[in-house]
Unconditional design. Sequence first.
Length: 423
Amino acid sequence: MTTRRTINLFLVTLAGLLGLPVCLTAQGEPVTVTFDPLFAQCIDDTINCTAAVTYDFQVGVDCPFGQLQVDAFLNIFNDGSLIPITNALSGSYPAFSLSGEYPPGQHSFEVMVDDGCGNVQTTVLPFEVADCAVSTPLCVAGQVFEIVQVEIDEETGLPYEVQSYISYEDFLAQAVQDCTPPVSYSINVEGEAVDPEQDSILLDCEHDGTIVLELHAYDGAGNSSSCLTYFLGITQGSYPCEGNVPPLIAGAIQTEDGEPVTDVMVALTGDAAEDYLTQSDGAYVFNNLSQNGNYMVRPALNDAPLNGVSTLDLILISQHILGLQPLGSPYRRIAADTNGSGHITTLDIIKLRKMILGVDTGFGNVSSWRFVDASYLFPDPANPWAEAFPESISIQGLPVSSMVDGNFIAIKTGDVNGDAVAD
């Protein structure tokens, strides 16, 4: 090969001196295109329903003197039409790559390599984009349903009325958006068999008290996901059940944007002392409490102080102080009070900058997360410190019907643009 290329180089040089055209034919395998087939690429943009695809391939030529030309085409859905995709091609000899965003389906790239010596090789690179998951549904927790008598038809065994039914719709906060519709739902008591066709449950005495449910979502591609929730079933004489269920206290902890917060230690004090660590749904529940008992609920979370904190927060706090762009809610303003002074000043910026630079490792006077009773209305939203806002919930004389709306708004100190990871 070295001798042949030396001779070719001599001929090219001689032809150039004589002003003659050059036409050399490559020997051996003239052009090769090699690649490793891709596994199915999962959709990663659920808004546009596309997947980012990168396909690497290598080109080999035996002609060292030709002008190499590599062209690429897209055969979308393998329908036979070839679309030039010059902008999707990158790299240089011998390693090249094709990339882009593509919808679900079977597709292929077609690569045409011309070595400039009269040899052309066309190669097909097949790939698939698949819908691999359905988004997790967002559950509504802490609802109360009364178990009421339902008349049963003795012949059919079916109920006349449906007021004792609960449906998945009672617990689905919003419809799941998916790239492969339609999306269907089912509901079941936790621990019971999952039936994709069961979209409602008839309440009876087995559902008296706090019941944990699973809500499942299914898309057209066969994917499924679920969330956990709970409700309180009560009876008030219309459908008597044996025994009395002790009251409970329950609620949920979410950010201002509705994101559930995990790993929050919720402390119950008063006539009973108990702790509850929130899970992915941000909910908590204290069972078997005393009727007419007095209790206090207080959440706490003080770790990962830099979660959601960046120089963007410094800029937003500065703009607020200068009056250029005031922070839009009392919760954002509480987040900006990084030194716990009850005001937003340049001292808060200094404190946050020290945190970012690693000079300080904690906020000191305030916790990494703060929690405000979700039912509290700020008398002056522009000044959330006008009066002491409640960071706990006090229950005086717990009713037999329980208290299931003990919700809190979670605030990440220092994070004024709301990008902290809550789970």
